[in-house]
Design a protein around this ligand. Sequence first.
Ligand code: FES
Length: 111
Amino acid sequence: MIRVRFLNADGSLAAETVAAPGARLLDLAQALGLPLEGTCEGAMACSTCHVILPRDLFRALPPPTEHEEDMLDFTAHVAPTSRLSCQVYLPDGIAEFTASLPPGHTNMQGR
Ligand code: FES
């Protein structure tokens, strides 16, 4: 199992869980009640599922498709390691996975 952490834009912990390799990042975030809307349900038409990954994890994943990169070009607060979480599946062979919510998506639950 992989320990998955979601961070707020300020670096504070938003939520954490454990999941098996192959789990989709957006599904995990939504199960935790995080504010990643995923309005298009993974059709790469909304970018409301945008997250920012650490550089090492970004490099460990299969690269984004051209369509995903095109969507990210129109996304607010995009970073060099941004991904659409609907396109990210937890890889094999890692113990931990961290993703940051972009600014404006701070999880207000539990505060
Ligand atoms: Fe719409 Fe990811 S859910 S682009």
